[in-house]
Design a protein around this ligand. Sequence first.
Ligand SMILES: Cc1ncc(COP(=O)(O)O)c(C=O)c1O
Length: 399
Amino acid sequence: MKKVEPAKATENVRHAIRDLVPIAEEVDASGKEITYLNIGDPIVYDFRTPEHLWEAINSDRRKCEGYANAIGSHDTRQAVADYANRMGAKNISNKDAIIFVGGSEAIILSLQALMNPGENILVPRPGYSVYNGELNYLGCEHNEYDLDEENEWQIDIETMRKSINEKTKGIVIINPNNPTGSVLTRKNLKETIDLAGEFDLPIFSDETYDQIIYDDAEFVSAASLSNDIPIISLGSISKTHLAPGFRGGWLYKQDPNGALDDYFAAIQKLCRLRLTNVAPTQAAIKAALNGPQDGVKEMVKKLQPRRDLTYKRLNEIEGLSCDKPKGAFYAFPKIDLPVKSDKEFVLSLLREKGVLVVYGSGFGQKEGTNHFRIVFLPPEETLNTAFDKIEEFIKENYS
Ligand SMILES: Cc1ncc(COP(=O)(O)O)c(C=O)c1O
């Protein structure tokens, strides 16, 4: 049989975090032990999904066995609306919320419902690769604005302003940010919302890591700061509720003037095309948002010393420097060494020392800069071993 050709549109779909896995498997097959610091999955390390999420599924098994409402069950959407209002959004009702198969599906379907080929949406540089991968698939431009490394990775409002053109459909912000772990200040977020208002653009605010915040950093939801600028906010139980396998994500809109009505209806249409939500996930999201929140607090408490260690060790290694992550569980050190590219650095580190991190260019970073993203979810012992190996690798190759 002749070779089956995949659709051309898939050619430029990249997701660096997953693209590295086959290479790691090759290294693994060669007998080298690998320390995986590439994927933000807490369950791979010493975290478990809170028991009450499982209990919620088990106590409603009958409902979990059938198809679920394609846009999410009424109660689950209400739980999201209540959560949004608790986080400072105004008058959100269950009609303003949609449930998805993880935050990733929310990103994919909401971009599909918005974007035509040739149009663009503003995305942060560096930022999360699913946005860029889907935009490539849709034949759209990811129109990047910079996060300023010299200013704790806050949004560089001027590059954002310069990037906006007549084909721009909206602004994506990721707060707290993956891959840098930065958290937008109230002032920076307000300036961004004001700029969106100036150009009549909606804001798509990815708040996946909203509860994972360190020290005195403050998470401020975009909806809480906006009056009439339309906000679409994304959330998920994957990280904050330690349940990435459950595949529960959502969007809610805050849109007092109805600018998003047709767009939201289009997203719902795409949800119906895939027939159903995951039924057990409806119960788990409700339990996560309405139930006890101790698990979230314990996770942050456990992560804090891992974040401190990561920050300290990375800055002690000659040739690396790193801003202190204020949220999420990622650090994004800069490589100040004569490397060909950060991809080459990351691949050599993997082959020589078995430490797997993700190259910064996979997150669309600024030209001429080299970084990598490291996940600080593992216990301190594992992290220390990884930092020792990174230090050795740099000494052996660059001193
Ligand atoms: C910024 C950001 N948004 C969305 C997601 C999607 O997460 P999930 O599909 O597991 O809900 C992730 C996952 O890593 C992320 O980092």
